[in-house]
Design a protein around this ligand. Structure first.
Ligand SMILES: [Zn+2]
Length: 62
């Protein structure tokens, strides 16, 4: 049990979903605090969220 737990932890990070910030294009890794609204997360930070109106229409789309 200990062994499988260790292996699971090691591969866990790579398994986490990621998406790119709409403003700066930086890759965001899934966070527990985003679990309930991961689908709606578009910005990596409050700073980017504040800049969304300044962002170009041609956002990063990955
Ligand atoms: Zn950002």
């Amino acid at each position: 049990m200990t062994l499988s737990k260790k292996m699971g932890f090691k591969g866990n990070k790579a398994f986490l979903p990621t998406k790119n910030c709409f403003v700066c294009g930086r890759e965001m890794t899934w966070r527990k605090s985003w679990a309930k609204n991961w689908e709606n997360v578009k910005y990596c930070s409050e700073a980017c969220r504040a800049q969304k109106s300044l962002a170009r229409p041609h956002g990063v789309k990955l």
